[in-house]
Design a protein. Structure first.
Length: 124
């Protein structure tokens, strides 16, 4: 599992859901669909209608990969922070039961309120 206490997913930019589907298709359960997808330098985060799937690409060649499945039902609290004048990144922090805090940083131009509303619909 990804060590979320010592790392965060930074500078996530929008990604075509069909590209994300290619990477996680074998993990999806019947009836599960991708809602939003984001990609950093090597890592990615995909939001489905059931869970958040984080992909951590490891090693020099990138052949080693770690997928973490984080069900929305385990979220105890969450927070969204919009971008500012000098701090151009927006952030989503999620607190998971049994895991702790997961921090996702999104690149400029992402409407974090849409993501926050999506998480709220799954959690509340």
């Amino acid at each position: 599992m990804i060590d979320f206490t010592n790392a965060s997913y930074a500078k996530l930019a929008p990604r075509d859901p069909s590209d994300a589907h290619k990477e996680i298709a074998e993990l999806l359960v019947p009836g599960e669909s991708i809602v939003m997808a984001f990609k950093g330098m090597r890592d990615s985060v995909t939001l489905t209608d059931k869970r958040l799937i984080a992909l951590n690409v490891q090693g020099m060649t990138g052949k080693k990969r770690d997928w973490s499945s984080l069900p929305y039902s385990k979220i105890q609290a969450f927070s969204v922070e919009s971008a500012g004048t000098f701090d151009l990144d927006s952030e989503l922090e999620l607190w998971f039961s049994g895991l702790g805090r997961v921090k996702l940083e999104f690149a400029r131009g992402i409407d974090i309120r849409v993501i926050g509303r999506f998480i709220g619909e799954r959690v509340l």
